[in-house]
Design a binder for this molecule. Sequence first.
Ligand code: ZN
Length: 385
Amino acid sequence: MLTLISGAQRFLPQARGVGDLLIGGGKVLAVADAELATAALPSVDCIDGRGKLLLPGLVDVLTHPCGGGGEGGFANRTDEIRTETFVRAGVTAPVGALGTDSLGRSLEVLYGKVMALRASGLKAFMYSGAYRVPPPTLTGDVARDLYLVDPVIGIGEVAVSDHRGSQPSAEELRRLAAETQLGGILVGAGGTVLVHVGDGDDRLRLLREAIEHSELPARVLFPTHVNRSTALLDEAAEWTLVGGFVDITVSTTPELIAAGDIEAFDALRRLVEAGASPSQITCSSDAGGSLPLYVDGQLKGLTAAEPSVLLGLLMQLHRQDSDLFPLALAAMTVNPAAALGLAGLGQLEVGADADFILVDGDSGIVTDVCCSGRWLLRDGSVCSV
Ligand code: ZN
């Protein structure tokens, strides 16, 4: 069955204007700026994309699909994320991580959840390890996890500059990076350590030390939450100049901003103004991570971060006709694919997997989601498995 999406405003992620996209067999078959002549084709399902944006499915490099939190006790744990939540957020490639609590949740539980997301049609991946060093693994060995367990594409979040982490040394981080890179080399994909950077004064010091006295490229160590402070953002800009990728966390709260967090669009602008390489910046949701909820200055509980913050940011920038829109879209599609060593993901060109979303240009609501040619959302309705 061939499907033609016509008349949508296309970002692949480069802006291509209004035109057509033809898919079949799970792949992109044609990208046409003029109307495609499909009359001679046997059977074509036509979708009217007028008034909609056509974007690659979003790649979210940090999510907690089996829940997160726990740093404030058991009451602080957050719930699992349902497949539909990712689908309606336009995220077709979520990457799952454990996080602070790798005791109450295991990698086996994360693996099961990631495989369930795959069975529902998403291109889900996972990190082995957690905050702790030495990291928990599935097979007893970091490189072996990448080699033998398909959805494992790296390890993370490994915590540095944070009181909740294991306070690893540069030597320990270097060894971890080397083992992870080896696993990625052997399978031809992945091989990245996602590094959770806390609010300590060390910031990226350990990453620099780990790379400086080694043969490793900076891209193996991929720091996230770099918009925690302006000092950390400035170090992140420098990290891109030695070849590293950096990840901005889009989820935040007014209280976190008051405490120094920089909102994603401000962080994007500051990174660019500081001379960071635009193709080495990514944005993730930290979905499932816990966010403090304050009422009248009192901590009243916690909410969980949502994957929908990514599209929320994109549509905000699109409506404002902001020059940051192309940068933000790349930071949620091609750039994270490059950061994680997942070739071909996050872009729509002839021969690529048909992973795309349609978004209503006025409401900003995702109306259609297609992943490897399989419809997960059609005209606002979730498609049955
Ligand atoms: Zn984190």
